[in-house]
Write a protein that binds this ligand. Structure first.
Ligand SMILES: Cc1cc2nc3c(=O)[nH]c(=O)nc-3n(C[C@H](O)[C@H](O)[C@H](O)COP(=O)(O)OP(=O)(O)OC[C@H]3O[C@@H](n4cnc5c(N)ncnc54)[C@H](O)[C@@H]3O)c2cc1C
Length: 395
């Protein structure tokens, strides 16, 4: 056990933990912090994207520390019978840039890579090596786990970073191209033009099962690229199996994961968008809140974030209802209609939806009008429960 306690131990150097460490260090450079990550890089192998409209100026400022790709020319969506360009600025950050920036901006002593933590407590963390580090505040940002307490479906994807043999001519992101075959799920392809001859192409599914069939997704990306005349070398791939939460017992979920006096943020703390599974806006907001209250006693800080998590659960109920309509309200190959209906609505409503800030009138407009699924099916879906968010094998 080290004698003197450090000020803050952050466990899990993914998106939430890395942003928290940076926000706290920027606001309080004199605090002694440590960012414990079990892997040998911060952020794993991800590409995180977000809309400018997801963030307040302080959040934009925090993310501005990281090199990122930015598209000021809007983005496209495509559905059977609908093609639309929306104006929002879109941004994307690769985890290798996240990692390099944290290594550059955090104090050397804060960087604790290859440091799996075996146990967290309100006043210390115990590493797998047996080393115990005392800390005034402990923040748990380990990754989310499958759970029997929450219910829903899954968002599965395989993303491929390609360097093409010739320019692709794509000028803006295609955030959803659902004009593709709908194989038993809501399926779309997501394309980011990262450079004149560089593309990130991702095949995504909203499916009932969490089993990611990498071979099939890979072949579908091959076919999508071939159909668009894109060929070249693969320079990276990433996969995701993310829970789409449609209901459950959040209090039981928190109880199963919470350690008294430990601050819980990140996806594991419940800070996700239930329907898109995105976390960027919430991770940024939590990082800034943690920095603002870094001088609070641990118990008080942990209780503050526990309340935030429950408020977040309450405030995102609408997205869970929509998720139930997506998974339970129609045949899998008809699920695209829910998103197609949504994308006909005014852009400010779309922006608030992604940021998790839909207003009451927004919710009415999303649900009212020509229903994308039959009304009896919608009612059945709203009353339905969905399946537990558990699975044995993770990719
Ligand atoms: C491939 C992919 C792409 C995504 N794209 C987007 C996107 O574009 N936009 C968006 O908003 N969301 C996206 N998401 C969803 C979500 O934002 C991410 O999953 C995000 O990384 C969640 O952040 P987190 O910090 O909660 O968890 P993670 O980023 O998973 O971080 C948890 C970290 O804790 C570490 N850890 C676990 N156990 C221990 C331990 N015992 N000791 C030490 N360290 C430990 C892990 O190694 C990991 O680095 C994506 C998810 C995936 C998988």
């Amino acid at each position: 056990m080290t004698g003197r306690a450090i000020d803050m131990a952050i466990v899990g150097g993914g998106l939430a933990g890395g942003l928290a460490a940076l926000a706290v260090h920027r606001a309080h450079p004199a605090l002694e912090i440590a960012l414990f990550e079990s892997g040998d890089v911060y952020g794993g192998n991800h590409r995180w994207s977000w809309f400018d409209s997801d963030l307040a100026p302080a959040g934009e400022d925090l993310l501005a520390a990281f090199p990122q790709t930015r598209w000021d020319v809007g983005y496209d969506v495509r559905f059977p019978g609908l093609e639309r360009t929306l104006a929002s600025t879109y941004r994307s950050l690769a985890s290798r840039d996240f990692d390099a920036t944290l290594r550059r901006l955090l104090p050397q002593a804060a960087l604790r890579l290859n440091s799996p933590v075996a146990e967290v407590a309100a006043d210390s963390v115990q590493l797998a090596t047996g080393e115990k580090v005392r800390a005034q505040i402990v923040v748990d940002c380990r990754d989310a786990l499958p759970t029997p307490h929450l219910r829903g479906g899954w968002q599965l994807f395989l993303g491929r970073h390609l360097r093409l043999s010739s320019p692709h001519g794509i000028t803006r992101p295609i955030v959803m191209d659902a004009q593709v075959e709908q194989h038993d799920a809501y399926r779309f392809v997501y394309t980011l033009p990262l450079g004149t001859d560089e593309l990130f192409v991702e095949d995504t599914y909203y499916a009932d099962s969490p089993v990611l069939d990498r071979e099939s997704l890979s072949r579908r990306i091959d076919r999508y690229c071939a159909a668009n005349g894109w060929s070249g070398e693969t320079v990276g791939e990433e996969t995701g199996v993310l829970p789409v939460i449609t209901g459950g017992d959040f209090a039981a979920q928190r109880q199963s994961l919470a350690t008294p006096g430990v601050v819980a943020i990140g996806a594991r703390g419940g800070f996700t968008h239930p329907l898109t599974s995105y976390t960027v806006p919430f991770a940024v907001d939590n990082a800034l809140t943690l920095a603002r209250h870094a001088a609070s006693p641990a118990q008080k800080l942990s209780a503050r974030f526990e309340r935030r998590a429950h408020d977040h659960w309450r405030d995102t109920a609408f997205y869970r209802h929509l998720g139930r309509m997506l998974f339970l309200g129609g045949e899998p190959e008809e699920r695209y209609r829910i998103f197609a209906h949504f994308y006909r609505l005014p852009e400010p409503l779309v922006e608030r939806f992604y940021a998790g800030r839909s207003t009451l009138p927004d919710k009415g407009r999303i649900l009212i009008g020509k229903p994308p699924i039959p009304i009896p099916a919608a009612i059945r879906a709203l009353l339905g429960k969905g399946a537990p968010l558990v699975h044995e094998g993770r990719p």
